[in-house]
Design a protein around this ligand. Structure first.
Ligand code: C2E
Ligand code: CA
Ligand code: CA
Ligand code: CA
Length: 279
């Protein structure tokens, strides 16, 4: 068993080294990804569950590097956050989203919002809001068409500073949503002080609907809480008709997930709007 212990250690050690080497490699290629135009956005439709009509989309970043191939955001975003590269990437994402909103201006898509994921490093940067505001003004797009999506962890990170930031964002007219709600440690007493517009029920709860009683209870509790605080609710990760029907019955406002549509490139998205006749 001494042998085994040693083996276990060396495997662990090697895998840690491999992991570190991979992180360094990813960081290296991330540094040139914007200038080499390796990022693009996909858009996943969000529908009003009661009417079936599309209300907006969530923008999701993709990275295709010639050497590393497709690297999923769950893998590179944390590395970008540690190295502060996320600031530049986040600016690129904001530019793209706002460019898209501006292209939809005056078309049949001009009432659709874009929900944009914003990481905590970016959100806590003092220039973030003025940067986004300026882009919106230059594009002449209404601020309510951009929804800023933060994770529950970001929201609860610096509660006192965040109340001021949130008020400013909402006063500027932007939407403000909390992603992955229910997975972290939301303090309910703070939640009522936050001027949030949307809570997103995490996929892990949607997965258990309709078979798991606990998940139904949690979804119901989130819906009651949100509605009593005048917030609306998006259920994410809807993969079946049963989940969609059940959440609709629970009076959930909006839904998003593979059952409705996968994230799509803009040309596919516009085609999806036409064939689904849902706007
Ligand atoms: P998220 O914000 O929770 O995004 C939802 C993720 O679930 C997306 O993965 C989406 O493609 C996936 N998804 C949507 N519907 C379904 C479904 O029905 N079933 C399943 N299994 N998955 C579904 P994706 O695109 O790989 O993004 C992963 C995470 O990376 C995001 O999680 C978000 O935290 C982060 N991310 C993505 N784009 C950005 C970005 O532009 N900026 C920042 N800061 N983070 C981003
Ligand atoms: Ca999100
Ligand atoms: Ca989420
Ligand atoms: Ca997630």
């Amino acid at each position: 068993s001494k042998e085994l212990g040693k083996n276990t250690y060396s495997i662990y050690h090697e895998s840690m080294e491999a992991d570190l080497a991979q992180r360094i490699l990813i960081e290296k290629h991330l540094r040139t990804a914007i200038q080499n135009k390796e990022f693009f956005l996909l858009y996943q439709p969000q529908i009003n569950l009661q009417s079936g009509k599309v209300v907006g989309v969530e923008a999701l970043i993709r990275w295709n590097n010639p050497i590393l191939g497709f690297v999923p955001p769950d893998k590179f975003i944390p590395i970008a956050e540690e190295s502060n590269l996320i600031l530049r990437i986040g600016e690129w994402v904001a530019q793209e989203c706002i460019k898209q909103l501006s292209e939809w201006k005056g078309t049949r898509f001009d009432s659709l919002h874009i929900a944009m994921n914003v990481s905590s490093v970016q959100f806590e940067n003092p220039h973030f809001l003025s940067f986004v505001n300026k882009l919106m003004q230059n594009a002449n797009v209404h601020n309510h068409l951009l929804e800023i999506e933060l994770t529950e962890r970001t929201v609860m990170n610096n509660v006192t500073e965040n109340i001021a930031r949130f008020n400013k964002i909402r006063a500027n007219g932007f939407g403000l949503s909390v992603d992955d709600f229910g997975t972290g440690y939301s303090s309910l007493s703070y939640l009522k002080k936050f001027p949030l517009s949307v809570l997103k029920i995490d996929k892990s709860f949607v997965d258990g609907i309709p078979q798991e009683e606990e998940d139904i209870s949690i979804a119901t509790a989130i819906l009651n809480l949100a509605h009593s605080l005048k917030m609306r609710v998006v259920a994410e990760g809807i993969e079946t008709k049963e989940q969609l029907e059940y959440l609709k019955e629970l009076n959930c406002d909006f839904g998003q997930g593979y059952y409705i549509s996968h994230p799509l490139a803009i040309i596919e998205l516009e085609r999806w709007f036409h064939t689904n006749d849902c706007y």
